[in-house]
Structure formats: structure tokens, C-alpha cells
Design a protein around this ligand. Structure first.
Ligand SMILES: [Zn+2]
Length: 313
């Protein structure tokens, strides 16, 4: 049986079984949307769906993602992961039976290469003509509101899109140690956007954000998001509240002093990361800063001078 005639029906059945009725189903694209279990049950405490249909599953590409909580709660990955997380042992068995082995294998090692959207415009190269438009003014207004300086813009090559799939979003690119793009985040600058972030699909666990800017011989700050990182020199955002294995090994290999500064509401995560890092050659070289509940590094514009860095027992 060729790939194009692959029968997705059993997979659709499993998905409906686990996630309930779908909201939208595009046969041709292989895309379905459901109420997200994390948004509905874990965050809002509902015993039914929240009616938003934020969880998008593409069974042809074998991926899922929640557009509301995907970034903050790791609600994304392969369908295999989704079924293992929310299905019963019977669902998992059924799925593994119908999926050809090479697809199961593939999803484990698949790397998505990221490119900047073709509509991307860097703030440092905006034409005089564009500067007169409301597109530019709206984007710049957001940048100013968040206290992002020209120096930060330049160092990070921050830009925006006013058209295309990332329309009305600020784009912050990330480059690896050789200066090649490895990821970007796309934050809406609209008032009350439907989706704050629409980031590219990629294996975030293997991305080291702006590694080319890191000075390994100096103290390194671990923060949550890209917007935190741009305000704080020599910081690496985890793009979430948990640390991937790749970042962990790199820090273990190359860092000499680390200061963990997550959002104020993530003190438990900070402690976990602190203890995970505080061992072997890094023992005694790890610090953390506990921010007030409602604060993050971006709110403070990277100024941590009023807080004490501490070591934990
Ligand atoms: Zn969600």
C-alpha cells in the first residue's frame, strides 16, 4: 500500500475516542481540531471541553499542538505522544498496530528546519516608505510599549510581519553558534489577539536560543522566554518552564556559573532546575533568584539588582 492510500480512519477513531467530538475536520489537509484537555481540565478545571477547539491535530504530519497552551504546557508533539499521554493502554496498542513502523520511528528523529517567514521585515532595515504606514507604526508601538530599545532590536535582529501567516506579529529570531537561524518566536502585537504566540513547529528541546551571543566564561542566566532573554545579557531562554536535555548537557559541559531566574509563578520549576544542575563539576556554582509572583525578567527589563541571588539546600 502506497503512502497516499494510507487509511487514517482508525487513527481518527482513536483521536475521537480520546478527545471527544472534533470542532473542525479538514480531510484534505488531515487536520482536526478538538478542545484541549490541558486547557479544559488541568487549567480551567472543567469536566467537559472548553468549547474553544484549540488543540489541532494533523494526522498526515503526525503532530499535535494546542494554540493556547502549547508553549507554556508542552502541549505539542507527535500523535504517538498524545495517545500515550491521554489514551488508555488499549488506545496505544491499537495505534501502534495501525501505524507503520517507519512512521513511528520517523517521528522520534524528525527535525524541522526553520526559516524566517518570507514576509519578515527587520526593524533595522525598514524603508522610508514603510515607516509612514500604520503597519509599521503599530508594530513599533508594541516594541516601545514593552520597552525594547534600539540596541536590543539590533542585537537580536527583531522584526515583524504585517502580512502572511505571521501577519501582525513581532518576530524574534534565534541563531545557533554559527549564526544559522534555528528558531523564531512570533508574538502578536494586536490588541487582544486570538493567539498570543504562533511559533514554528520544531523540536524545541534541541534548540539553544541565540547560542552565538553566549559568553560561556561569564555567569549565564536561565530564563523562560525569548522576551525575557532579550533584556538580560548572557541569558538562555528555555522556551518553557522545563529544561531540555540538550541545554542541560551543554551547560554541564561549558558553563561555569549559572543563575536560574524563572517567572515569579514558577518557583517550583526553578527549584527543580537548580537541583538538577547543582552536581558534578557545577556543584556549588548554581544560583537562583526568586521573583515576586506577578513578575518576570521582561517586566523588570532585565534589572535584577533589587533581588538577591541565593543558593538552596
Ligand atoms: Zn491547551
Amino acid at each position: 500500500m502506497g503512502k497516499s492510500e494510507f487509511d487514517y480512519e482508525p487513527i481518527i477513531e482513536i483521536l475521537e475516542d480520546i478527545l471527544g467530538d472534533y470542532k473542525v475536520h479538514n480531510d484534505y489537509k488531515g487536520q482536526m481540531s478538538f478542545d484541549c484537555p490541558v486547557c479544559s481540565y488541568e487549567i480551567k478545571g472543567l469536566d467537559h471541553g472548553d468549547g474553544k477547539g484549540n488543540l489541532e491535530v494533523n494526522y498526515r504530519y503526525n503532530v499535535y499542538k494546542c494554540w493556547a497552551c502549547g508553549e507554556t504546557n508542552e502541549t505539542h508533539g507527535s500523535i504517538h505522544k498524545l495517545i500515550k499521554k491521554y489514551g488508555t493502554p488499549r488506545h496505544i496498542k491499537k495505534y501502534e498496530l495501525v501505524m507503520p513502523e517507519e512512521i513511528l520511528e520517523n517521528t522520534k528523529t524528525k527535525v524541522n528546519y526553520v526559516r524566517l517567514p518570507k514576509e519578515f521585515i527587520s526593524f533595522i532595515s525598514v524603508s522610508e516608505g514603510l515607516k509612514k504606514t500604520h503597519y509599521y507604526k503599530q508594530a513599533l508601538n508594541y516594541i516601545r510599549k514593552r520597552n525594547i530599545t534600539d540596541e536590543i532590536i539590533k542585537r537580536n535582529n527583531i522584526g515583524f510581519c504585517y502580512s502572511g501567516p505571521y501577519a501582525n506579529r513581532i518576530i524574534i529570531p534565534s541563531y545557533d553558534e554559527n549564526g544559522h537561524l534555528n528558531y523564531f518566536i512570533a508574538r502578536s502585537y494586536e490588541y487582544k489577539p486570538k493567539l498570543k504566540y504562533r511559533n514554528p513547529e520544531a523540536q524545541k528541546e534541541i534548540i539553544i536560543w541565540n547560542e552565538h551571543l553566549i559568553k560561556w566564561d561569564q555567569p549565564i542566566y536561565i530564563v523562560e522566554g525569548a522576551f525575557d532573554s532579550i533584556f538580560l545579557e548572557n541569558s538562555i531562554p528555555m522556551l518553557g518552564k522545563v529544561m531540555g536535555e540538550k541545554l542541560f548537557s551543554l551547560l554541564y559541559e561549558r558553563a561555569n556559573e549559572i543563575i536560574v531566574v524563572l517567572d515569579g509563578d514558577a518557583w517550583e520549576n526553578s527549584q527543580k532546575i537548580y537541583h538538577k544542575l547543582n552536581g558534578g563539576r557545577l556543584f556549588g556554582k548554581i544560583w537562583t533568584i526568586k521573583l515576586p509572583l506577578d513578575k518576570d525578567v521582561a517586566d523588570l527589563q532585565g534589572d535584577l539588582s533589587q533581588f538577591k541571588k541565593i543558593q538552596l539546600d
